[in-house]
Design a protein around this ligand. Structure first.
Ligand SMILES: [Zn+2]
Length: 112
């Protein structure tokens, strides 16, 4: 049987590999401006992460519980929407992660 690229890329299997990247991505955007679930799903999809609301919302709650994000309800027409921002702790954690990510990128791209 001929191997195709999709034999190697299985989003469900590889999810754990990317979960930290997705968290950092969320934190990065929450530092820049307030974020909400649907907007973040679209942003992540733009980067090739196709995750469901059922995956994203627990992730956001987890980041909130750890103190990286704070959440506020905001009225949007008739519905209430939960908006997240990075806390000072979230900003610090992202700044520390930035150094590690830079190092990793350096290694990953070595000789590329
Ligand atoms: Zn992004």
């Amino acid at each position: 049987m001929k191997k195709t690229n999709s034999d190697y890329i299985d989003p469900a299997r590889d999810r754990d590999l990317y979960s930290g990247l997705i968290r950092l991505h969320i934190l990065h955007h929450a530092v820049e401006s307030p974020i909400f679930g649907l907007g973040m799903l679209e942003e992540l999809a733009r980067h090739g992460y196709r995750i469901s609301p059922g995956t994203l919302y627990p992730l956001l709650h987890g980041l909130e519980k750890k103190g990286y994000l704070s959440a506020k309800e905001r009225r949007d027409g008739k519905s209430l929407r939960k908006v997240y921002r990075a806390t000072p702790l979230g900003r610090k954690a992202l700044a520390a992660a930035r150094i590690k990510v830079r190092e990793l990128i350096g290694e990953l791209m070595e000789g590329k």
